[in-house]
Design a protein around this ligand. Structure first.
Ligand code: GLC
Ligand code: CA
Length: 570
């Protein structure tokens, strides 16, 4: 990874650009409306609360644990923290099945712990973003329980999508939709008389009934929920399934019912990305603006809006809608120069046209970690490529999200025994494809054996998912002591982002450095190059780089390596 002698403070070297020719596309991609807002270039750290830090030894991470670790995050240099759901939930989908949106699940603490966390963040100047899940709730939610007890056609059922089945006796689901977690999107209920009755819609698990957003009661309830957390000091919300919420009003059959399930993606155009959803984001934006008008603090809405194209995604970040939407096309890109260049280009062009910035992400709690994902058939290549990709992401204009453990260089854990797998995808499909436990293993903080400081040493319970012995090489304690580690790469890059004036520019220009090298200038004076090839190439800039993702002697850019140079370019 980064060697100390290749990490230079800005201004210590004076390199000159060489071997660059006019860019292939002859295009400079620039933000049209450079705007304000702390979120535009923020780097936010995603905390999967359950797996971050366990303060009381029950083997499950909690809010008090997050608070204890805030100085670590401050030291890393992030601007803020996003917390995955910590609300009351039966945990059928680890908190994405919420039974009470305005209370902390006792396993994670209580509202006082939350208040202390808010204070802790405020004290250190860290923003605090919480998750919100408006598409569905838990089947344990009182509204759903009331709906089950009520009759067909009742106002209790109208908060969800209840419908009569097809077939002679209603034995077939109302339509043919299937879900990305596997299986049909409908479950039949037993009515009060003990007979099989209506069906309800759920785009994820059976335990996650979808709300009917055509019922105004849902919008009202979510405005109340937003205000509840805004009044408790949050700086913003991550919005789960932000392209969901509305379904086609007639709930017609899908042309390709298997596609959602097969691709594990939200591709059914009747169930996702309906035009009405934008009015919800406008209303939520107005609520945020109302709070900002009161105290001058910008609130942030960041959406998980998985839609097929960057142009469609841009619609979610129009000036009166969400501030940010995760750009997943980079996350889904293979280790391939051309592919990566294309998605970066499209993102910067389409998102910038809205006046917003791109929100980059390489890892999260739903994806195979980059160290393993980029390895392909060569496990040795994984860490080098993951580090290079991170340095590329952090060079790009816009905001970035880092998922806990990314800074430790954690690999995916792929050998959990079947009986320990908790992901509902596994239980619904019987297949390990796409299961998410492997990126949610409790964080290793210190020591040579489990629980690696995740729980107190004398904890009565073991971590909720087992940590492999090889996590010993990735503890925070170890990586902090090793200046060549992922941790120092991230920290140094975040520091450079903060201090170098080049990062004020929202434009990039491609440099042509051959088929294997992705090279760009940021504004006027920062060059970032990544070598996607298998052998070393001449560096695009003379002189030692400011920072590199691996050993990088002056004049050479080794394979699977990224580097930044400060320079003035032609
Ligand atoms: C989002 C979350 C994922 C969850 C799903 C259903 O994709 O990131 O973890 O399972 O929504 O809420
Ligand atoms: Ca705990």
């Amino acid at each position: 990874m980064v060697k100390d002698d290749h990490v230079r403070a800005p201004g210590r070297s004076s390199p000159t650009v060489r071997r660059t020719s006019p860019d292939r596309s002859a295009r400079t991609t620039t933000s049209l409306l450079p705007g304000k807002g702390w979120w535009r270039a923020a780097v936010i750290y995603q905390v999967y609360v359950r797996s971050f830090s366990d303060s009381n030894g029950d083997g499950i991470g909690d809010l008090a644990g997050v608070r204890e670790r805030l100085p670590y995050l401050k030291r890393l240099g992030v601007d803020g923290v996003w917390l995955n759901p910590f609300y009351v939930s039966p945990q059928h989908d680890h908190g994405y099945d919420i039974a009470d949106h305005c209370a902390v699940d006792p396993v994670y603490g209580d509202l006082e712990d939350f208040a202390r966390l808010v204070d802790g963040c405020r004290l250190l100047g860290l923003k605090l973003v919480v998750d919100t899940v408006p598409n569905h709730c838990s089947s344990w939610h009182p509204w759903f329980q009331q709906a089950l007890a009520a009759a067909p056609g009742s106002h209790e059922r109208a908060r969800f999508h209840f419908a009569d089945g097809r077939g002679e006796t209603g034995e077939l689901p109302p339509n043919n939709w299937r879900v990305m977690f596997g299986g049909p999107a409908w479950t039949r209920v037993v009515e009060a008389d003990g007979n099989p009755g209506q069906w309800y819609l759920h785009m994820f698990t059976t335990e996650q009934p979808d709300f009917n957003w055509r019922n105004p009661a849902i919008a009202e309830e979510f405005e109340r929920i937003l205000r509840f957390w805004l009044d408790r000091g949050v700086d913003g919300f991550r919005i789960d399934v932000a392209a969901g919420l509305f379904k086609h009003p007639l709930l017609p059959d899908s042309a390709d019912p298997e596609a959602d399930e097969r691709t594990r993606d939200s591709v059914n155009p009747l169930a996702w990305n309906q035009p009405e959803v934008h009015q919800v984001w406008r209303a939520w934006r107005a609520i945020c603006e109302e709070y900002t008008a009161r105290d001058g603090r910008d609130r942030l809405l960041v959406g998980e809006a998985s839609v097929p194209t960057p142009a469609q995604q841009a619609e979610y970040v129009r000036p009166d809608e969400l501030h940010q939407a995760f750009f997943f096309h980079l996350l889904h890109a293979p280790w391939d120069r051309e592919h990566v260049q294309r998605v970066v280009d499209e993102a910067v062009r389409d998102i910038a046209a809205t006046g917003s910035t791109v929100t980059w992400v390489l890892n999260n709690h739903d994806q195979v970690r980059t160290v393993s994902r980029f390895a392909g058939t060569d496990p040795v290549a994984g860490p080098a490529r993951a580090a290079a990709a991170a340095l590329l992401m952090l060079a790009l204009p816009g905001a970035a999200y880092i998922y806990q453990g990314e800074e430790l260089g954690l690999p995916e854990v792929t050998d959990l025994p079947d009986e320990l797998i908790t992901d509902p995808i596994f239980h619904r499909t019987g297949s390990r494809t796409g299961i998410r436990d492997g990126c949610r293993i409790p964080m290793p903080w210190s020591g040579g054996h489990a629980p690696f400081g995740f729980s107190p040493d004398d904890a009565p319970a073991r971590p909720w998912l087992p940590q492999p012995e090889h996590f010993a090489a990735h503890t925070a304690e170890r990586v902090l002591a090793d200046t060549g580690s992922f941790w120092h790469l991230y920290r140094e890059a975040l520091q450079l982002r903060r201090t170098m004036p080049q990062f004020g520019a929202d434009s990039i220009r491609w440099l042509d450095c051959g088929p294997d090298v992705l090279a760009l200038t940021r504004g006027d004076g920062l060059v970032c190059a990544v070598n996607f090839g298998v052998g070393p190439v001449p560096a695009p800039v003379d002189g030692a780089p400011l920072i590199a993702s691996g050993p990088c002697p002056p004049g050479v850019l080794p394979a699977a390596t990224a580097a930044w140079w400060a320079t003035t370019t032609s």
